[in-house]
Design a protein around this ligand. Structure first.
Ligand code: NAP
Length: 339
């Protein structure tokens, strides 16, 4: 930071992963409500790849630094900040709505989007759980109204959002059903708290749902992480007044079986985490902090990249989420201080 410059990943036009370059950019100067954070770990999310590809359009500063999530140490604050130099913090919601992102040595963040990292929690864990943890919390509680004793289903229990949903739902006293693409991932789902895991690549899904719901009863909250839901399969599994949470698949136009849907008094709720207010996201973050501190929320990390290898990290995220061709189970991190 001494010469006013920092290492950063950036791009000047949208396109494939190769548009991402790295180099030196001016270190940001925090505004009156901002805090300057030295970034130790930054989590990669599917939305980062959509913004880079140009399929999700936000106004982008040029050059644009990608990345929503971060964890690190406060190095400068405004005069009335609730943070002080040396505080360890995490946050999300950067790189959106014209804001610069987090894949850099430093990031100036409006302090409304920052939270203390609990003692004993690493920057890696805090960054890995940021956007996915807030998303899971908003979906389960703000939108889904989850209650103890209800049965929750989430697709992809070892994925970023899915694993957070499993852990948060379990901690609330819900019965949790999920899916996994391999026996190894199924085991990770069970370790996260899943009561029942369907191996969606090798088992008969309908048969397994029949077996499982014979034990659990019908599903109260269906948290759909797939871009193309199969509602004809899902609706008969739902409890009267059950809730569907939809949060993936901008281009998705699935058929909607209206008849079976309304006769069960079902509800369908969509949301995008970045629409939540700073107050709503903070409420989620405070809950996550309690669970990070006592070990009930353990975000897992599977791959780490330097700033200079951000393009490869984007490619891996696309292989995982868009093409479903990766054996990766945890989050991908960018580590500005090196892997
Ligand atoms: N609305 C919002 O606010 C919001 C926030 C975050 C993410 N999202 C969206 O939510 C989706 C998930 O994000 P993520 O970060 O969790 O991605 P991720 O980490 O790549 O997880 C995707 C999961 O989907 C599972 N999966 C893929 N195909 C499946 C199938 N046919 N049946 C069952 N499971 C399947 C995978 O399971 P295996 O690995 O076991 O095969 C994997 O666990 C993305 O589309 C993302 O854009 C939306």
């Amino acid at each position: 930071m001494s010469d006013g410059r920092m290492r950063a990943a950036f791009f000047t036009e949208t396109g494939p992963p190769e548009v991402i370059r790295s180099g030196f950019l001016p270190t940001p100067v925090p505004g009156p409500t901002e805090v300057l954070v030295r970034v130790e770990a930054a989590g990669l999310n599917p939305i980062d790849t959509y913004i880079r590809a140009g399929s999700v359009r936000f106004p982008l500063p040029i050059p644009y630094i990608p990345g929503c999530d971060l964890a690190g140490t406060v190095v400068a604050t405004g005069p009335e900040s609730v943070f002080k130099v040396g505080d360890r913090v995490w946050g999300s919601n950067q790189g959106l709505f014209g804001r610069q992102g987090t894949f850099a040595e430093y990031c100036a963040v409006d302090e409304r989007w920052l939270y203390h990292i609990p003692a004993g929690v690493s920057a890696r864990e805090a960054a890995a759980g940021a956007l996915v943890g807030i998303t899971a919390h908003l979906g389960l509680f703000l939108h889904g109204g989850l209650q103890a004793g209800e049965t929750v289903f989430v697709n992809g229990g070892s994925g970023g959002v899915g694993s957070a949903v499993v852990q948060l739902a379990k901690a609330t006293g819900a019965v949790v059903i999920t899916t996994a693409g391999s026996p190894e991932k199924a085991e990770l789902c069970r370790q996260s708290g899943a009561d029942h895991v369907i191996l969606y690549r090798e088992q008969n899904i309908d048969h397994r749902f029949t077996e499982i719901t014979a034990q659990t009863g019908p599903i109260h909250l269906w948290f759909e992480t797939l871009r193309m839901p199969t509602l004809d399969r899902s609706i008969p599994l739902m409890a009267m007044r059950g809730r569907f949470i939809f949060m993936a698949g901008r281009d998705s136009r699935p058929e909607f079986p209206l008849g079976p849907f309304y006769v069960r008094d079902l509800r369908a709720i969509g949301f995008a985490m970045f629409n939540a207010s700073a107050t709503e996201q903070k409420r989620a973050a405070e809950y996550l902090n309690i669970m990070l501190a006592d070990g009930r929320f353990k975000p897992s990390v599977s791959a780490e990249f330097s700033i200079e290898n951000t393009a490869q990290a984007h490619l891996l995220q696309e292989l995982k989420t868009v093409r479903n061709e990766s054996s990766l189970h945890g989050k991908i991190l960018i580590l500005p201080e090196g892997t």
